[in-house]
Design a protein around this ligand. Structure first.
Ligand SMILES: *Cc1c(COP(=O)(O)O)cnc(C)c1O
Length: 388
């Protein structure tokens, strides 16, 4: 069975009324704090920690389990847990696998809030040392590993600067040393990269982006392999995060159409990226699927497609006013954070890493290519270019 068929045909859900079954093709949105036990023996077992079922709302209700199961299958994982946001999924993962005195190797292109949590809370409050990795790191990672290295955190491609890491080389080195490898897989989605198949231990998604696809919820999800499943599940149980059933419902609904949406985003993004590459005012287009991308060969080796989020730089270093003119004159591109939804979005700004500005301090213009007509999007951008 192909992936969409597996996910689309994953469950049917039935109940009964008036002696007849009511069967829908979508799961119920089950809400609840209390979960009822069948009998006192079960309740006693739960109180003694010997009950295998869900005992309370925070354990995850039916709708959440349905989403987690579907995603776990797509990622070829062993256990999958939903979280109230992408950053919550990341924070919980970092905390589950580290303690005071440990060292983390953190890629320098990661999502801003991930880096902020590491440098402020983890380092300053919980005594975990953070060392930075180059965003295109591969086997050289070995030189940065010490006997205290506990976890490696990757984001490939980074969602601001789009460098690719050599995942296979890194996991080969880490697995023998019992270092947990974690990847933020949001850009590729579970369809275009299978990190666990490449030796990664933990794969994280901001469901908020493509899986949801409609910019109407915040959610995160973590999938863990067999080796680390117990550690992660125990931490999850103790932290008692709660993800709302309605959000899990929307996330699961998003999964069913992910492939068709992603292909449409991908196609339009390629067309615009190639057009921008030929544009006289554009310097570099940062899109891993273009042959001009420095790690294009690595991308081709490991990924089966490209998402619709990429960036570019201008040849000239424009003033804040000029950049403002450019973005303000767009009609179809909304000016706002986040991505992965049906509406095209733009952000413009400089990216800092290791205390220094990337890309010679140039503005990175990041485009989330939505599902609008691609000719209309190009025409919208052309009007903005005329303002420069
Ligand atoms: C948006 C994003 C997150 C965080 O997701 P939220 O649901 O917004 O908290 C994490 N990683 C990447 C790469 C993202 O783009």
């Amino acid at each position: 069975m192909s992936e969409p068929s597996e996910i689309i045909g994953w469950h049917d859900y039935s109940d009964s009324f008036g002696g007849k079954k009511i069967t829908t093709i979508n799961p119920v949105v089950q809400s609840g704090s209390t979960v009822l036990f069948d009998n006192y023996t079960d309740m006693l077992a739960a109180q003694n920690g010997e009950y295998s079922g869900v005992t309370y709302g925070t354990g995850g209700l039916t709708t959440q389990k349905a989403f987690e199961e579907a995603l776990c299958k797509l990622e070829n994982g062993y256990t999958t847990k939903a979280f109230p946001s992408g950053i919550s999924a990341i924070i919980n993962t970092l905390m589950a696998f580290t303690e005071a005195g440990d060292e983390i190797l953190l890629c320098d292109n990661v999502y801003g809030s991930t880096a902020r949590f590491c440098h402020t809370v983890l380092a300053n409050k919980y005594g975990v040392k953070i060392s930075m990795l180059a965003s295109n790191v591969g086997a050289e990672i070995e030189e940065q590993i010490t006997d205290k290295t506990k976890l490696i955190f990757l984001e490939s491609p980074g969602s601001n600067t789009f460098e690719i890491q050599d995942i296979r080389a890194i996991t080969k080195i880490a697995s023998g040393r019992n270092i947990v490898t974690v990847i933020d897989n949001t850009w590729a989605t579970p369809l275009y990269l299978k990190p666990l198949d490449l030796g990664i231990d933990v794969s994280i998604h901001a469901v908020t982006k493509y899986i949801c696809g409609h910019s109407d919820l915040l959610m995160g999800v973590v999938t863990v392999n067999k080796k680390y499943a117990d550690v992660f599940d125990n931490f999850y149980h103790n932290l008692e995060n709660y993800t709302h059933s309605q959000d899990c419902y929307l996330a699961l609904r998003g999964l069913r159409t992910l492939e068709v949406r992603l292909k449409a985003h991908e196609k339009s993004a390629y067309e615009i990226a190639q057009w921008l590459e030929r544009h006289e005012l554009v310097d570099k287009v940062l899109h891993p699927g273009l042959p001009s991308h420095p790690q294009h060969d690595l991308w081709k080796r490991d990924f089966t497609g490209a998402a619709g989020l990429f960036a570019f730089t201008f040849k000239q270093n424009y003033s804040v006013e000029k950049i403002g003119n450019f973005v303000n004159s767009l009609n179809l591109f909304g000016l706002g954070f986040s991505w992965g939804g049906f509406k095209s979005l733009i952000t413009a700004g400089k990216f800092k890493r290791g205390g220094e500005w990337s890309h010679n301090g140039k503005d990175l213009i990041r485009l989330n290519i939505g599902l609008e007509n691609v000719q209309d999007l190009k025409a919208d951008l052309e009007v903005a270019f005329d303002k420069l």
